[in-house]
Ligand binder design. Sequence first.
Ligand code: ASP
Ligand code: MG
Length: 461
Amino acid sequence: MAAAWEERPVVVVSAMAGVTDSLLAMSSAAASGSLPEALKLLRKVRQRHVAVLSALVSGPSEVAVRQEVQTLLDSTQDVLRGISALGELTPRSTDNILAVGELLSSRIVSAALAARGIDAVLVDSRHCIVTDASHTRAVPLFDRTGDRLRYHLKPLLQANQVPVMGGFIGATAEGVPTTLGRGGSDFSAAIVGAALNARRIEIWTDVEGMMTTDPRLCPRAQRIDVIGFDEASELAFFGAKVLHPATLIPAVEKNIPVHVLNSRQPESQGTCIRARAPRSRTVFRAIAAKAGMKVINVKSPRMLMAHGFLRALFEAFDRHSCAADLVSTSEVSVSVALDSSRDVSALVHDLRKLGEVEVEDGKAIICLVGKHIRGRAGIAASVFSTVAAANVNVHMISQGASEINISFVVEEQDVPRAVQRLHRHFFEVTKVRRRAETRSVITRSPMPTFAAQANARPEAG
Ligand code: ASP
Ligand code: MG
């Protein structure tokens, strides 16, 4: 680790595991009339932080930080009482409470680093990350944020100090605390990295890195060494939980590599996400699946040879702020897949003016990503014959113009079967072939790019 400190890092920390969930639970308990339940959850959060603090820090510094922790949690308790008295939880007060997780963890981490002889300095993210006022999923105002970050952090770095900040939290220009959406600490780290033109952005998680598919769906999933920004963005969006989907935006803009690393195995190399990734040894880089989707079908004979229909349809989606994840159209119908958590009754009401509407729940999107499928024949055919062999029915199919992914909709319960089959076909079989190939030096792989890929093993970093 010594080397890492010499690189003059900025440390951005998330809340302790489960704390944000617990803060959310206590705020809704308070709002729905169970204040005792809320206070009980708060007591647990208090005990846990005090215990971790005393395990990491001792002496006068422990006493001082414990006092700060207590004060912060006392005021959280007041906010909970207020919520309970009003019987109402606004997004603004939700953010007030959610911010506590990162305020606590950043305080404790900076003290713990200081206790180990590192010149750590706590920096309040609410002074640095400037956002709009859309509470619980606030959007950073990048220019102002960049200016503030440089203003607060540069002098510290120049003095060889290590700034420690809470991720996930920011504030409006007026100073009202906001949060960036669940999992937002990754995004914070990337914003800081971009503002300072960092050499690299490291996301320390508790998983190995980005995987060829979700290991809970398919135990044979393998770690991806290197992946392109475009591929990783598709994966983050289509359900790979490892990264907050917005994390890569600032990194792409400044072309800074993002390393996903495992804090439980600090020596392991994780996944590097960067602009140029070597070709994968496999046809696809990864398979993602996103459950909890619904499909809205709109059928209208009026669509036949008419124009303006799609515009009217998407205007309705826009009016109801419903983002479509996947769209497929025929001459007389359009199907749109979107997140099930959205209430679409008002949207459906509007769409009925355009045609017959049907809503189907319990769907999932499976998405295969790989930028080297572009211009290669027969890939879609092998995807769908593999899915058919698993006896899985496919509802909607889409291959975007970028040709870096093939996506389709299936029944939620078919996801494990389809993903396992696809993984075996596109990832595991290739491995066997590869071994055979290196032993015999005769290329028997039907994949034309295979030999070149074997030489293009990514280097670390
Ligand atoms: N603590 C926040 C959450 O749980 C942010 C993060 O962990 O990245 O969503
Ligand atoms: Mg996180």
